[in-house]
Design a protein around this ligand. Structure first.
Ligand code: AHR
Ligand code: AHR
Ligand code: AHR
Length: 481
């Protein structure tokens, strides 16, 4: 049985079921998600390998070979058509044209389920999905449940990495107009014990960790790589539950009456579905989503416990984030541009600016050092890499406003993540393309001989589709110094 078969048996059927990793009904063999590739802007649908099975990641890899791919649609497996697509602007605008949010890279969150490769939805700040015309979702004070499987190590304090029920007009229409799972370490509204991240409920104008607005010590900090997060609500009753998605059982972090703050009892749920954003399209948050559902009716703890056992049996596990020619931690490297204009140019820096410069064996020692980088384990994720400046120990290549800079490591989580990159086989067939860990739609690119993290055809000048594959492909060799 799949999670939604278990919710049906429990009398609280799924009215939306979303996953890029697997079928959530044992009989589901339809499309899980759609990807669009950068080379020709065509799309394809990815289905499970067999009914009830894991996504056919190899089909994605083939379709997306030698180009970039975005996740354009996350299909609803419930049969209700509650698909998630690129979120439109609301109270806040996204970074894409006309205020739409970014779409997620199709390769930012590789995992295995029972040893079979699949991809999750890696939400960078600015990314979001939504359905403002969902059918069968709870409205008003009606009962519902929801769970999601997330990456417990990918989060931030921005508003709001959510999955669940939100406003149908993408604006903040008041307390109680949402009921969604939140995951992250925002302390703007609520918090739990420790320093986070926490599973909380986004009930609009408040992330709630328990009965009271603010801190509720019963809501624990989460340190699982894979986390099951659950929220459910019915008249004057709601709960937060959570677990390690790879082993063990759900714990109840809160179960009880609604917050006493005005507007949350009764609730005024509107029934849209959001992923990765706040109800008003707040787009500052990050997180990774693998699967999730929403139900009609308040699921019993026993039903949710059976679903948790099903998730554990799916055996989520990590897999490589890198591919292509291997890098060796501790070695000094150079990165040579491969665009026809620029094949004598290497990634270098002038002060804090990252650029490309013509470098050769007869260059000055200073220039050789400016164009040499020491490979370090990724500061934000040790499965990827960071690049320390050879002439400025303690300073690393990082992105800031999508420009590459050389800055001193200030020890912050933000810096560590901005300085973490995951090399993959070069998109033009040469060397490596160096993907940003935190913005996996974006790669090291030279544009007018200046360094950026660029997406393929995005809104910035340096995102130009022309020459993209060449500009993001670098031949890595032993450093000059
Ligand atoms: O409740 C927290 C956030 O507040 C909501 O997600 C958003 O709509 C509002 O800004
Ligand atoms: O480069 C994109 C973002 O810009 C970085 O993550 C952040 O440090 C800055 O705001
Ligand atoms: O960085 C040099 C060139 O500048 C790039 O190849 C091109 O895309 C841009 O015009």
């Amino acid at each position: 049985a799949g999670p939604c078969d278990l919710f049906s048996s429990g009398g609280t059927p799924c009215i939306a079921a979303h996953s890029t990793t697997r079928a959530l009904y044992s009989a589901y063999a339809g499309s899980l998600y759609q990807v669009k590739r950068g080379s020709d802007n065509t799309t394809t649908n990815i289905a499970p390998l067999s009914a009830g099975g894991v996504a056919n990641a190899a089909a994605q890899d083939t379709f997306c070979a030698s180009t970039t791919c975005l996740i354009t649609i996350i299909y609803d497996q419930s049969g209700r058509g509650n698909h998630l697509t690129q979120a439109p602007p609301g109270g806040f605008s996204g970074p894409e044209s006309n205020g739409y949010d970014n779409l997620a890279s199709a390769i930012g969150a590789p995992v295995t389920l029972n040893g079979q490769k699949a991809y999750g939805v890696f939400i960078s700040p600015g990314t979001g999905y939504r359905n403002n015309a969902a059918s069968g979702t709870a409205t008003g004070d009606a009962a519902e449940g929801m769970y999601a499987v997330l990456d417990g190590t990918h989060y931030n304090g921005g508003c709001c990495f959510d999955y669940g029920n939100a406003e149908t007009n993408s604006h903040d229409t008041g307390n109680g107009h949402m009921e969604a799972i939140y995951f992250g370490d925002s302390t703007s509204w609520g918090s739990g014990s420790g320093s986070g991240p926490w599973v909380m409920a986004d009930l609009e104008n408040g992330l709630f960790s328990g009965l009271s607005a603010g801190n509720n010590a019963g809501d624990p900090s989460i340190s699982y790589r894979f986390v099951t997060a659950a929220v459910k609500g019915e008249p004057n009753q709601w709960a937060i539950r959570g677990a390690n998605a790879a082993s063990g059982a759900l714990s109840t972090y809160y179960s009880g009456v609604r917050p006493s703050v005005s507007g949350y009892n009764p609730m005024s749920k509107e029934g849209a579905i959001i992923l990765g954003i706040g109800g008003d399209n707040s787009v500052s948050a990050q997180g990774t989503f693998y699967e999730g559902v929403m139900t009609s009716g308040y699921p019993s703890d026993a039903t949710e416990n059976a679903v948790q056992a099903n998730i554990v049996a799916a055996k989520y596990a990590t897999t490589a984030l890198t591919s292509g020619p291997a890098l060796t931690v501790g070695s000094s490297i150079s990165l040579r541009a491969t665009t026809a204009c620029c094949t004598t140019r290497y990634l270098a820096h002038t002060g804090s600016t990252v650029n490309t410069q013509v470098v050769s064996s007869s260059s000055t020692t200073a220039l050789k050092q400016q164009a040499s980088w020491t490979v370090r384990a990724g500061l934000g994720n040790s499965a990827c890499f960071s690049f320390e400046s050879v002439d400025t120990a303690g300073s690393y290549i990082r992105h800031y406003n999508f420009a590459l800079l050389v800055n001193a490591n200030d020890g912050s989580k933000q810096f560590h993540e901005d300085a973490t990159f995951c090399p993959q086989a070069g998109l033009n067939g040469q060397g490596n393309s160096i993907r940003s860990w935190s913005y996996p739609t974006r790669y090291f690119r030279h544009y007018s001989n200046v360094g950026y993290i660029a997406s393929n055809g995005g809104v910035h000048t340096f995102d130009a589709a022309t020459s993209f594959n060449d500009d993001v492909s670098w031949v890595i060799s032993t450093g000059f110094a």
